[in-house]
Design a binder for this molecule. Structure first.
Ligand SMILES: Cc1cc2nc3c(=O)[nH]c(=O)nc-3n(C[C@H](O)[C@H](O)[C@H](O)COP(=O)(O)OP(=O)(O)OC[C@H]3O[C@@H](n4cnc5c(N)ncnc54)[C@H](O)[C@@H]3O)c2cc1C
Length: 396
């Protein structure tokens, strides 16, 4: 008899886990991926869309029907409830029992939590928002562009800073920068706080060099036409507002009682098993894992592991190896080590490589290299990895 492995979510983490498991397990074991959308959405492409570097939807959304592997079962259903004790998942149409569950539902965007966001702010983190931003930037030649981080944590901590520097580059290339003011408003003290002060300071200096104004410790309370209001009673005007809405765990995760005070699922930092006791690192739910943006992993410095695809990917490989070991009756020994690399776009066709060990004690050990054209090339290569999952890209 084979096992049934349920993977919830066909995003970066979920699809990595599905491919890794399918590559290691014979067909008698079922690998079922449950995804509410029709496509895999590759968020890093939003940054290329706003400046027109990527023009087509194909760079962002890949239909799941185009997956090369036909031996993964993809269910286009919405997860409603997860029962980690009985290992069942209820969707909008059925309840499925599994031997193993991998929760990879990502983080959900909650723009409605900020009054005026929907009306006056362009969402940097969705497909329509990124195309709309490009249209606005193409016609923009004078006035104030504001980038707004509404709440922390959010996906990919450097991304709004990258978006601002790419916007600066785009306008300079078009000869339209001189009468445009670019600013960033954020609740953070420094950019990317979980990577430590040195990295934050380096990024702040980069913003300075691009003549981008940085307004830290600004928590927006509401947005009106051409005006933001902050909790410190300050106000700021804008002509074009580009924002990141509040993030939170998806409703299905909250409704299943799986979150703790982090707002996300507490997991063992090395095995990704769901913890019932974060101090003792114990689990009541063997065989049930959570990976990627759905999780809250507390670091030694009291901050949380950033929400990034590189981590979701490594966590997915770790969980896949350990599930396979258990099925084969071997000792599970794969372990996620908190290390990752990312490439921060800074404009002028350059990127700065950031890499490090987020499980460092007492603080993460993260270094940001000087920007270079080679690092931007490496970023492009890194972003092509997912293309191998889909037939369209194999052929084109
Ligand atoms: C602009 C931008 C740039 C980025 N750049 C980088 C980068 O350079 N490097 C990097 O490492 N990371 C980057 N990231 C972050 C990265 O994209 C995320 O961390 C990563 O996608 C998280 O993977 P995940 O599998 O946890 O979640 P996701 O990729 O969000 O996948 C979750 C999936 O679950 C599905 N889902 C949710 N709820 C349900 C439900 N109830 N039922 C069924 N399905 C459901 C969703 O539709 C989605 O498909 C970037 C993010 C953004 C926004």
């Amino acid at each position: 008899m084979g096992n049934t492995i349920l993977i919830l979510g066909a995003g970066w983490g979920g699809l990595t886990a599905a491919h890794a498991l399918r590559g290691m397990l014979p067909p008698k074991h079922r690998i079922i991926v449950i995804e509410k959308g029709q496509s895999f959405v590759f968020y890093p492409s939003f940054l290329k869309v706003i400046t027109g570097e990527s023009e087509g939807l194909r760079y962002i959304e890949s239909p799941l029907k185009n997956l090369m592997r036909k031996d993964l079962e993809i269910l286009n259903e919405e997860v409603i409830q997860i029962d980690p004790v009985n290992k069942t998942v209820t969707t909008n149409t059925q309840t499925i029992r599994a031997d193993y569950i991998v929760i990879a539902l990502g983080a959900e965007l909650y723009p409605e939590q900020i009054s005026g966001f929907g009306e006056y702010c362009h969402n940097l983190f969705d497909t329509k928002g990124s195309f709309d931003i490009h249209q606005k930037l193409k016609d923009f030649s004078k006035g104030k562009i504001a980038f707004l981080i509404t709440r922390t944590p959010f996906r990919c901590p450097p991304s709004p800073y990258e978006a601002a520097m790419l916007t600066d580059w785009f306008l300079r290339e078009k000869g339209k920068r001189s009468e445009v003011e670019i600013s960033i408003y954020t609740p953070e003290k420094l950019p990317m706080p979980s990577a430590g002060e040195q990295v934050g300071e380096a990024l702040r200096q980069m913003l300075n060099a691009h003549n981008i104004k940085f307004y830290p410790e600004h928590v927006v309370t509401s947005i009106e036409e051409q005006k933001m209001i902050f909790s410190n009673n300050k106000e700021a005007k804008f002509d074009l507002l580009i924002g990141i809405p509040p993030h939170g765990a998806p409703k299905a995760i909250k409704d299943s009682g799986l979150i703790n005070s982090s707002g996300y699922i507490p997991v063992h930092p090395q095995t990704m098993e769901i913890l019932d006791n974060i101090e003792e690192l114990t689990t009541k739910y063997p065989g049930v894992y959570a990976i990627g943006d759905s999780t809250g992993i507390l670091l030694f410095n009291g901050k949380y592991l950033p929400k990034a695809g590189v981590f979701a990917e490594e966590e997915a490989h770790t969980v896949a190896r350990n599930i396979v070991a258990q099925i084969k009756g071997e000792k599970s020994k794969a372990s996620f080590n908190g290390q990752g690399v990312c490439y921060v776009d800074v404009g002028d066709n350059m990127a700065a490589e950031g890499s490090g060990d987020f499980y460092g004690y007492p603080d993460p050990i993260v270094r940001l290299q000087m920007p270079s054209k080679e690092s931007r090339k490496a970023k492009h290569e890194f972003e092509r990895i997912f293309e191998w999952w889909f037939t369209e890209y194999q052929n084109g």
